[in-house]
Design a protein around this ligand. Structure first.
Ligand SMILES: NC(=O)c1ccc[n+]([C@@H]2O[C@H](COP(=O)([O-])OP(=O)(O)OC[C@H]3O[C@@H](n4cnc5c(N)ncnc54)[C@H](OP(=O)(O)O)[C@@H]3O)[C@@H](O)[C@H]2O)c1
Length: 346
């Protein structure tokens, strides 16, 4: 730490989320004394240009963190499980994008601006939620504050960038092959992304839910602090590069009008949540328009006439931003501002 500026390591710097970390650090002017880029042995030696300087990617090992105050990690669950304890032992705070620690009761699971109060409980590791959960939090929090959440039904339409860079490359290749020859093969991911809709993200558990769906259920309860929230999810992959869309049906504990719902969403925090809802003029959020923008967008707000005090929403956000890198950098900003780094750095 130099002059209140942390030494940062980015673990998974060559991936979809890792590259977004660099973009967002630059865009938000996040203060740092030094920055170290870590990835697998495969990428060691690769040059990455950042703020006019070439950085050489290093292989991540347990000894990579001795001079580091803050780790932004996005190298997957097994790498986080293996390396985060060494980073914490070396005195660094780890903000982890993987699912490794999210449901650990001793690890705060944070959406910046939603439950910052949980940050002060951290013991070195802070978890960033699944992208699908993260974008759901601002509208659910706004409606919970308005009239209490009673039940939530979420159906997702998730882009391939949520499955990493390999999946984006595969959608590109598969689309080209399909347009040229009418068929294609899957090379690395074993998934038919192009011209398809796949009701299967992550692995199935014994009860028929996928792990992605279970993450949305459990992580939403933890972040909102409502352990018995009635919430269910069907998670679906669609052939979109960036931007997750969600159809969200919300039953509330008190009767409210559509106008009150719209006002609560509008008033929540415009940096995080924006209403874009004028169907008569073809205005509703779409992944292709919102990719690269920070807020969560909500449209198609309407009463569910089949059930009292229930509303349908269409919720769209950039999964690599609020769903991953932007949220992690916003958490890091609070950690630095509120002096929540570990003691070696203070
Ligand atoms: N994409 C999203 O929307 C999203 C949202 C929230 C959370 N996440 C989570 O963030 C993590 C990364 O996602 P991503 O989309 O960025 O994946 P990705 O594009 O596949 O990138 C993975 C990164 O991890 C690195 N890595 C792989 N094996 C490693 C090893 N043995 N040691 C060190 N680094 C290693 C890769 O380095 P190489 O290039 O050297 O292989 C690469 O930098 C995942 O846990 C994912 O669940 C993603």
């Amino acid at each position: 730490m130099v002059n209140n500026k942390p030494n940062i390591a980015i673990l998974g710097a060559t991936g979809n989320v890792g590259r977004k970390f660099l973009e967002i650090i630059e865009r938000r002017g996040f203060p740092f004394a030094s920055i170290k880029l870590l990835a697998s042995a495969k990428s060691a030696g690769i040059k990455v240009r950042f703020q006019g300087k070439d950085y050489i990617v290093e292989e991540a090992t347990k000894d990579s963190f001795n001079d580091i105050d803050l780790v932004l990690a996005s190298a997957g669950g097994s790498i986080s499980k293996e390396l985060a304890p060494f980073a914490v032992k070396a005195g660094a705070v780890v903000i982890d994008n993987s699912s490794a620690y999210r449901m650990d009761p001793s690890v705060p699971l944070i959406v910046a601006g939603i439950n910052n109060h949980d940050l002060k409980k951290h013991k070195g590791i802070i978890a960033n939620p699944n992208c699908t959960t993260a974008q759901l939090m601002p509208p659910l929090k706004a409606l919970h504050e308005l009239a209490g959440l009673k039940r939530v039904i979420v159906s997702t339409y998730q882009s391939v960038s949520g499955a990493g860079k390999a999946a984006m490359d595969e959608l590109h290749e598969q689309s080209k092959q399909h347009l040229n020859s009418g068929s294609y093969t899957s090379k690395t991911t074993n998934r038919k992304f192009a011209f398809n809709v796949i009701p299967h993200i992550d692995v199935f558990s014994d009860d028929g839910y996928t792990k992605e769906e279970i993450k949305v259920i459990n992580e939403s309860r933890k972040i909102l602090g409502i352990p018995d929230l009635r919430i269910t999810c069907t998670a679906v992959r669609v052939p979109v590069y960036i931007g997750h869309s969600e159809s969200v049906n919300v039953e509330l504990s008190k009767p409210v009008t559509k106008e009150q719902i719209t006002k609560a969403l509008n008033d929540f925090n415009p940096d995080m949540l924006q209403v874009y809802d004028d169907p008569a003029n073809l205005k509703y959020p779409m992944a292709i328009d919102i990719a690269g923008t920070d807020p969560v967008f909500v449209g198609r707000i309407r009463e569910d006439k089949s059930n009292p005090s229930t509303f349908n929403l269409w919720v769209v956000a950039d999964n690599l931003l609020i769903g991953a890198a932007l949220n992690a950098v916003k958490i890091a900003e609070v950690v630095v501002k509120d002096s929540l780094l570990l003691s070696k750095s203070s």
